[in-house]
Design a protein around this ligand. Structure first.
Ligand SMILES: Nc1ncnc2c1ncn2[C@@H]1O[C@H](COP(=O)(O)OP(=O)(O)OP(=O)(O)O)[C@@H](O)[C@H]1O
Length: 467
């Protein structure tokens, strides 16, 4: 094979990819890729950041696999090489194209995945913060569901480590957590260019940690993270059950916090609902401010759609926007997907975007096979399981058995619905949001030590799923 075979092979793959994605997508996500080598049936490509790798694997894994198999051969592997540090040229190699939407990426770290030695710690301007510049405050649309989180995010960005530390943001998938924390990091870099800001997914942190142990660079790993001024970790729920990573993060957290450095964390659930996480970490998560991002309401959904349509230079009638906003209510990511499909279909079939087309796409995209569990279902099932009148849990009584039923209902509502804690409290006994979080903790703790109580909860959950 000639020396630059990898370039030739990758260019052939690019020809296929170019034909299958819009021009702007190609420019943004494929032009920056650098082919690095081809050996042992594996093509290694260089990507600018972990975010880039994650995005490619999430959105384009099938296309990449198809191009590789067609142009290079069945079973060809794709390896990513991420430059974690510009000064030291340290790379993280991650095996890709094995991922399916159902399974998380199987990652294999090859050589060189160590955090940089702090003795050669790069100057702040050389440390790549791995922030996504497309996620900023300017294009983060405000609405009832995110206003509080956005405001505290702006406050933290103005004065890092002076107000809410850590800042813990949580909410269901696709509601803008990653967008918001990137916006905070980017704003901090604009206001304080000298600060060492780092965005890292909990998954990548864990991969780096494990590899540092394997290659005897654990001290470098710890020291590197201790030099960060603003550490942003996304999807912290991924630390659940991985004790050693939690332990290491605990020490980094303490060091940074004690030294007046800012921590910003996200999770798909509130600290109180994080099972498999050490209590000492959970306590720390609550030291600063815990803020919830809820699913967007219809007004916010319309504004996000209008903004996306304007940015993409599209022409979509207001009636279509209203239809989509009223029928697609899971997440912002889902809304964006609908607009992309609409656009693709209107190009392929050379037709205008109208209600007819929108209806067809929405029907295919929105899951309607199973109705979501509601708080009313939960109240009914819990009360019938414990054989008490539904009306009892709405009274002010503090009888032990009623209090427990109320707490179980709150716990299940938090776990199985996307209602905010305040909403749950309002519908179950007219309590406030702190009471709901307290109830969740009580139930979670009891589930861990009381087998028969755990069996009760599982039985109710089975009934709820069967409804
Ligand atoms: N308020 C908003 N304004 C504009 N875009 C938004 C808003 N909220 C979310 N988005 C967009 O929706 C998409 C999904 O958001 P994001 O990745 O931040 O969600 P997430 O809550 O981190 O989800 P996950 O937990 O699955 O990672 C992104 O493209 C983001 O830019």
């Amino acid at each position: 094979m000639i020396e630059n075979d990898h370039v030739v092979l990758w260019n052939r793959c690019l020809n296929i990819i170019r034909d299958n994605v819009p021009d702007t997508t190609y420019k943004t996500w494929f032009e920056p890729i650098v082919p690095l080598k081809y050996e042992d049936h594996a093509l290694t490509i260089g990507v600018p950041s972990p975010f880039f790798y994650e995005f490619l694997e999430e959105k384009f894994v099938d296309l990449l696999r198809a191009a590789l198999y067609k142009e290079i051969g069945e079973g060809t592997q794709l390896m990513y090489c991420i430059l974690t540090d510009k000064t030291n040229h340290i790379t993280v190699n991650i095996e890709g194209t094995k991922r399916s939407s159902a399974l998380p990426a199987q990652t294999v770290i090859k050589d060189g995945n160590k955090a940089p030695n702090p003795m050669q710690a790069p100057a702040p301007q050389d440390l790549d913060p791995h922030l996504n510049p497309n996620y900023n405050f300017e294009n983060f649309i405000k609405g009832n569901s995110n206003e509080f989180s956005r405001t505290v995010g702006e406050t933290v960005a103005k004065n890092p480590a002076r107000t809410f530390n850590p800042l813990f943001l949580y909410g269901p998938s696709g509601v803008g957590k990653t967008h918001l924390i990137n916006a905070i990091g980017t704003r901090i870099k604009e206001l304080y260019p000298e600060k060492r800001v780092l965005y890292v997914s909990a998954h990548l942190f864990q991969v780096q940690y494990t590899d540092s142990v394997r290659t005897n660079h654990f001290n470098d790993f710890i020291s590197f993270y201790q030099t960060i001024d603003v550490l942003i970790i996304d999807d912290i729920q991924e630390f659940a059950g991985v004790t050693k990573t939690q332990n290491t993060f605990f020490h980094i957290f303490n060091h940074l916090h004690q030294n007046g450095k800012q921590l910003i964390l996200t999770s798909d659930r509130a600290p109180v609902m994080l099972q498999g996480m050490e209590e000492r970490l959970l306590t720390r998560f609550k030291w600063g401010l815990v803020a919830e991002l809820e699913k967007p309401d219809v007004e916010l959904r319309k504004n996000i759609l209008r903004n996306k349509i304007r940015r993409d230079g599209l022409n979509i009638p207001e009636s279509v926007i209203n239809y989509i906003a009223e029928n697609v209510n899971e997440s912002v990511r889902e809304l964006e997907g609908i607009i992309n499909s609409l656009l693709a279909q209107s190009i392929i079939f050379k037709r205008d975007v109208d209600i007819d087309l929108a209806e067809r796409i929405v029907r295919k995209a929105v899951r309607c096979e199973s109705k979501p569990i509601t708080i009313e279902d939960i109240i009914a099932k819990v009360c019938s399981h414990y054989e008490i009148e539904e009306s009892a849990i709405h009274t002010k009584t503090r009888k032990r058995e009623v209090v427990q039923v109320r707490q179980v209902a709150m716990f299940l509502a938090k776990k199985h619905t996307d209602a905010s804690s305040s909403k749950i409290g309002q519908l179950i006994g007219n309590k406030d949001h702190a009471t709901v979080l307290h109830a969740c903790k009580i139930v979670k703790d009891q589930v861990e030590v009381d087998k028969s109580f755990k069996a009760d909860i599982e039985e109710i959950e089975a009934l709820l799923r069967r409804k």
